[in-house]
Design a protein around this ligand. Structure first.
Ligand code: HDD
Length: 707
């Protein structure tokens, strides 16, 4: 593999200098048309075709004469173009846009009492993992910050085979039965006649389907909450959603739900901020993850389980096999049993992030499935999709998918077979081979011993009929700010729906969740009168509130993983800027200096301060808090620059802490920003750092009309 040269700032290169990486000298020459040729010498290997034939000229196709037609005979051109034409594989029908990182899982507490799975019993053992985060609805090239569920898929390369925990950042799902999956996905994807919207739920077909699917109402509360507009992939939770089983040596089984909890705490953006980030940096989450890994700030999650028995489950006021229900932490507490650290960016995006094939059916001995009908359907779907996507049943041989423990079987042949098995025997039982793989009854995969009986049919259990109680519990458990965000999100989304009857049908559902929410949304939509409540298949129950369902209550008092932007211009006071950089960095924040020119600004003392970002391309949505340090001269210049006014105006509107010196305060005045608790003097560093660790929720009413 070739080693890339570390090059400095391209802007610092002299005009007409040799391009980056090209050594001037005998190995570089210009062709007849002035085109650049780089010739292999020393460290650069020869460029060859896929057949190993050295290529003399990679700049010109074979022509009948210098200005004549190209020749079909040019196998080098044809091979290169043919390969290029085939460089894309079908993107994932859902979760197409993803970001993945290598790392490891370490068990801190053994579950030996419940399971034989080594990954859950060998404390201290580090198991390699490959974790892919994704949005659901958009295509592979869509933006990172739409309102959407985030996928959180972990492949554990255990000693007993691969275990894939294919999770989301929301603990429940839209539907109860896998047979509805194509419908819900078709409804959310771009509408088939017009080809838009990309990556958005705010359109007619989605809400039409949802309004006709009462079982989605709990999920609707989650997707309208700020969970679907996360600040960073490093600040989301992960949930295995379904109940699984753990099996111990005696064959006894215990139900389990799996959870990931981020070390950096939960944090989301404000909707208006998420929209603006999409324009400012479509790769916001991927870049954030990449930069964190590069900087050695390895993201970490706690791994926790909820364990419960069949007897406990029988007493739950909901059916745990229904994927639209969660088990509140207050009912079955979480036990932290391990941690995951992600610390290595893939070498190649396509080879790893794109080709990785997760499958909920990949589990190891000691873990088993439950009867959740959504899970049961998933067990079929993923293998099928990988066969299409990766084109061959041998996709398990791709390095990112291959187990890291020994594996052997008698499956043979197929497209893109990479192994060369020896011998005559590809069947079992056999008497001709002394080395062929054989069964392992003592440690092979066991299924839970469960007896099944009852009437066969397409029948939904009555215990699946309560669609509103947990939706109500979720809504009531939120802080008043989060409730307002849910109401506003519903108004925003339903305002994009052309069909009045769909808007009304949604409000009719909301009446079962919370009358006050239904009224807020109806008012926001200008509905006039409230529609009749939707038909409910089961009485709505009042469950105790579960504060664990909030985000605001789960934010961590830290600046780690957060970013602070300092706006400067010519004449800024360098001592104040240095102070902010020092104190913010000590508090764990990443600090970036933003100036009208990327080359930087000349400070009051005459020294140059380099900028990390140019004002127009580095708006305040990239930061969690901002500081504005300006001279009179700087204010004069920047009050005429809408990007500077927006910089402070948006930070204020997105409820961020702002520190400003005298010049900075003048800019705030130009932007009509009134001082509040989150607007601090640039010298009050203690106050600024404390305010930067959170958002100024009380400010929201003064900047936005919430539903
Ligand atoms: Fe799924 C991908 C998570 C229900 C069918 N799903 C996919 C990914 C995640 C999830 C994280 C991306 C994996 C990656 O990064 O490559 N899916 C879930 C969760 C679900 C769920 C948490 C409910 C609890 N999914 C679900 C159902 C079906 C599918 C009910 C079909 C019956 N999911 C797929 C799929 C995908 C997929 C079509 C697309 C790409 C892929 O599998 O590899 O097979």
């Amino acid at each position: 593999m070739s080693k890339e040269k570390k090059t400095g700032n391209a802007g610092k290169q002299k005009k007409n200098s040799t391009p980056r990486g090209a050594n001037p000298g005998a190995d570089v020459h210009r062709g007849n048309g002035g085109e650049l040729h780089q010739v292999a010498t020393g460290q650069h290997p020869a460029l060859t075709t896929n057949q190993g034939i050295p290529i003399a000229d990679n700049q010109n196709s074979l022509r009948a004469n210098p200005r004549g037609p190209s020749l079909l005979e040019d196998f080098i051109l044809r091979e290169k173009i043919t390969h290029f034409d085939h460089e894309r594989i079908p993107e994932r029908i859902v979760h197409a846009r993803g970001t993945a990182v290598h790392g490891h899982f370490e068990l801190t507490k053994s579950l030996a009492q419940y399971t034989t799975a080594k990954i859950l019993t060998e404390v201290g053992e580090k198991t390699p993992v490959f974790t892919r985060f994704s949005t659901v609805a958009g295509g592979a090239g869509s933006v990172d910050t739409p309102r959407d569920v985030r996928g959180f898929a972990v492949k554990f390369y255990t000693k007993e085979g691969n275990w894939d925990l294919v999770s989301n950042n929301i603990p429940v799902f839209f539907i109860q039965d896998a047979i509805k999956f194509p419908d819900v996905v078709h409804s959310v994807k771009m509408e088939p006649d017009r080809g838009f919207p990309q990556s958005a739920t705010a359109h007619d077909t989605f809400w039409d389907f949802i309004s006709l699917t009462p079982e989605s109402m709990h999920m609707v509360m989650w997707i309208m909450s700020d969970r679907t507009i996360p600040r960073s992939l490093r600040m989301i939770e992960g949930f295995g959603v379904h109940s699984f089983r753990l099996l111990n040596k005696a064959g006894d089984s215990t139900f389990v739900k799996f959870h990931w909890r981020p070390k950096l705490g939960l944090q989301s953006t404000i909707w208006d901020e998420a929209v603006k980030i999409a324009g400012a940096d479509p790769d916001f989450h991927r870049r954030d993850m990449f930069e964190a890994i590069e900087a050695g700030d390895f993201p970490e999650w706690e791994f926790a389980v909820q364990l419960f028995t069949q007897e406990q489950a029988d007493k739950f006021p909901f059916d745990h096999l229904d994927a639209t229900k969660l088990i509140p932490e207050e009912l079955v507490p979480l036990q932290v049993i391990g941690r995951m650290v992600l610390d290595r960016w893939p070498d190649n995006f396509f080879a790893e992030t794109e080709q990785v094939a997760y499958c909920p059916a990949n589990i190891v001995p000691g873990i088993d499935f439950s009867n959740d009908p959504l899970l049961q359907g998933r067990l079929f779907s993923y293998l099928d999709t990988q066969l299409l996507r990766l084109g061959s049943p041998n996709f398990n041989q791709i390095p990112v998918n291959a187990p890291k423990c020994p594996f052997a079987n008698l499956q043979r042949d197929g497209k893109m077979q990479m192994t060369q098995p020896k011998g005559r025997v590809a069947y079992e039982p056999n008497s001709l081979s002394e080395t062929a793989p054989r069964e392992t009854p003592d440690r092979g995969f066991p299924s839970a011993r469960v007896s099944e009986s009852g009437e066969k049919g397409r029948i939904r259990a009555e215990s699946f009929a309560d669609h509103y109680s947990q939706a109500r519990q979720f809504y009531r458990s939120q802080s008043k700010y989060e409730q307002a965000h849910i109401a506003s999100a519903l108004v925003f989304e339903l305002s994009k729906v052309d069909h009045l009857h769909v808007r009304q049908a949604m409000v009719a559902h909301l009446r079962h969740i919370e009358e006050e929410l239904a009224q807020r949304v109806a008012d926001g939509l200008g509905l006039g009168t409230l529609p009749k409540p939707a038909e409910a298949a089961a009485p709505v129950q009042d469950f105790d509130q579960s504060p664990a369902l909030q985000i605001i209550g789960r934010m961590k008092d830290t600046l780690e993983g957060r970013a602070i932007g300092i706006l400067i211009a010519d004449g800024s006071d360098g001592a104040i800027v240095s102070d902010i950089i020092k104190v913010a960095a000590e508090a764990g924040a990443k600090v970036k200096v933003v100036a009208p020119k990327v080359g930087g600004a000349k400070l009051a003392d005459g020294t140059m301060m380099e900028a990390d970002g140019q004002l127009a391309g580095t708006p305040s949505v990239m930061f969690d808090a901002i500081a504005v340090v300006l001279s009179d001269e700087g204010v004069k210049l920047l009050s005429k620059e809408s990007a500077a006014i927006d910089f402070v105006r948006h930070a204020f509107g997105h409820l961020k802490a702002i520190a400003a010196d005298q010049g900075g305060r003048s800019l705030l005045e130009q932007a009509n920003i009134e001082k509040d608790k989150g607007v601090l003097d640039a010298k009050d560093m203690k106050g600024f750092i404390a305010a930067a660790k959170t958002r100024q929720w009380e400010r929201e009413e003064s900047v936005r009309i919430l539903a």
